[in-house]
Design a protein around this ligand. Structure first.
Ligand code: MG
Length: 321
């Protein structure tokens, strides 16, 4: 082994032992579901603890109630009866403890665990939800909970939970759980055939009758933009930064199934779909960091050879010592 090669090996060994600065921080196998779950921490903490989340809940229910009061006052005898249509999870039910419980575990969302949570009937009411629903009920307006909790395995726990929280009109005629499809449009149509729906409420674009089911990000956003005049009027939205159809919508590969990706790939999709600003200095530092050490050494050698008019490969690494 010549000196040139051995010196490079020694330098590389030294650098790598200091923390693999030129290698990826984690391998495909090393980035686990637990790492992905940890990405929820800020969002779940915000929902459970911030004054601002409570403010947005109150704002949504107050806005919706004003619309219901206005419609009830203007309602004519013989006209279609009035109703509201709303989602349950993260619209009136707070499931953040379930999400928080996944942080620190390697557990992905799955139906078995979610069913256990639903049937434990331990979700909380979101701030202002019970007061809002009871006020709508007192106005004689029908309430339809259109949720993708499952009718076959999750009805009993869900109904028990909602009744204990004081939610009105919780029965099989008004609690429209998922039977065959997660697309809520057929259930919306069923209600709208008999009722004048004053407001639709939800934390997911799919909770509104605007056609976003199964659509990717650009289409979802375009459909929302096309309906912008209805927000705060007929469509009332609650914030949910933890989960929702916006997440698989980020994955824009043709027919790509986001849910089939590995935890690392999901994290990459989340990161690649962000607009990022870096200072000029940070961009330059990043460009250097992405070169391998060998390439850096070769570049430096070539620069010195060029400066002194030497043939390529003439410089040994030890010229720098
Ligand atoms: Mg929801």
């Amino acid at each position: 082994m010549n000196k040139h090669v051995s010196l490079k090996k020694a330098v590389l060994a030294g650098v790598f032992s200091m923390g693999l600065v030129f290698l990826p921080q984690t391998s495909e196998a090393a980035y686990t579901q637990e790492d992905l779950n940890a990405e929820m921490t800020m969002a779940v903490s915000w929902m459970q603890n911030s004054a601002e989340y409570r403010e947005l809940c109150y704002q949504a229910y107050n806005t919706a109630l004003a619309q219901v009061q206005r419609a009830a006052a203007a309602h004519k005898a013989g006209a279609k009866p009035l109703a509201i249509v709303l989602d349950a999870d993260e619209t009136v039910l707070d499931n953040s403890a379930y999400q928080a419980g996944r942080i620190g575990t390697n557990e992905d969302y799955n139906t078995k665990e979610w069913t256990k949570w639903c049937n434990a009937a331990e979700a909380l009411a979101m701030p202002g939800a019970t007061d809002y629903l009871q006020a709508v009920d007192r106005l004689g307006v029908s309430i339809f909970y259109v949720t993708n909790r499952r009718m076959d395995t999750q009805y009993d726990g869900t109904a028990k939970n909602m009744k204990e929280l004081g939610f009105p009109q919780v029965d099989k005629a008004h609690l429209l759980l998922k039977t065959t499809t997660s697309n809520k449009q057929p259930r919306f149509d069923e209600v709208a055939a008999k009722y004048d729906v004053v407001v639709y409420m939800g934390d997911n674009a799919g909770d509104l009758p605007i056609g976003t089911y199964g659509k990717k990000q650009a289409v979802r956003n375009a459909l929302v933009d096309a309906n912008k005049a209805k927000f705060g009027v007929q469509y009332i939205v609650l914030p949910n930064p933890v989960y929702g159809d916006w997440e698989p919508g980020l994955y824009n590969e043709l027919d790509g199934n986001y849910w089939a990706l590995t935890p690392k790939q999901k994290s990459e999709v989340r990161n690649k779909t962000m607009r990022k600003w870096l200072s000029k200095e940070a961009r330059e530092a990043k460009a250097i960091g992405h070169k391998t050490l060998i390439q850096q050494i070769d570049d430096e050698n070539a620069a010195i050879e060029k400066k002194y008019g030497l043939p390529a490969g003439a410089i040994h690494d030890d010229i720098r010592n």
